[in-house]
Design a protein around this ligand. Structure first.
Ligand code: HEM
Length: 139
């Protein structure tokens, strides 16, 4: 079974009232993640951070981790098996400006997929809460 089908199966059983299910489950989250990274790659302020991974696997592993993290944050199944966010971003020299840009792309993508305002607000709070783990340089 694909990891997406597995998320939906577990969500139907144990997380049926979650925002994850409300916005359309794994296929919706996966579509959001695809669009999110295509926006990050199209934006000169963020594209460079991802070029090495594009070469390695076309961002496949990163996208999988991002789907799993979003599923968890949206109250769906917790199958996230990536690194913690501090470890994943510590060596990347991410500034506040780059962080703002990535957050903006995620929130506007969610908005464009018609995710309701209360869920957008919760996503915004989560992004603010993880900021100290991600931003490591001043400028
Ligand atoms: C705003 C909140 C952010 C969240 C929730 C987030 C989430 C994630 C997740 C879940 C991973 C996968 C970790 C793993 O595979 O072990 C990851 C990796 C990565 N993130 Fe972020 N991220 C955020 C911000 C940023 C920003 C601002 C940048 C760059 C400007 C960035 C660039 C990257 C890169 C390049 C990787 C791959 C690192 C590697 O595999 O070596 N992220 N992020």
């Amino acid at each position: 079974m694909s990891f997406l089908a597995e998320l939906d199966e577990v969500a139907a059983e144990k997380h049926s009232e979650s925002p994850f299910v409300a916005i359309g489950g794994a296929s919706a989250v996966s579509a959001v993640v695809e669009e999110f990274y295509s926006r990050l790659l199209a934006d000169p302020q963020t594209a460079g951070f991802f070029s090495a991974l594009v070469e390695i696997d076309g961002l496949a592993a990163l996208k999988r981790h991002q789907v799993l993290l979003l599923a968890k944050v949206l109250g769906g199944p917790d199958h996230y098996d990536g690194r913690d966010l501090g470890a994943a971003h510590g060596g990347l020299d991410i500034s506040d400006a780059a962080y703002q840009r990535v957050s903006l792309h995620l929130l506007t993508t969610l908005h464009d997929f018609k995710v309701p305002m209360d869920i957008l607000q919760a996503a915004d709070s989560t992004l603010r809460a993880v900021k100290p783990q991600i931003v490591t340089i001043e400028a």
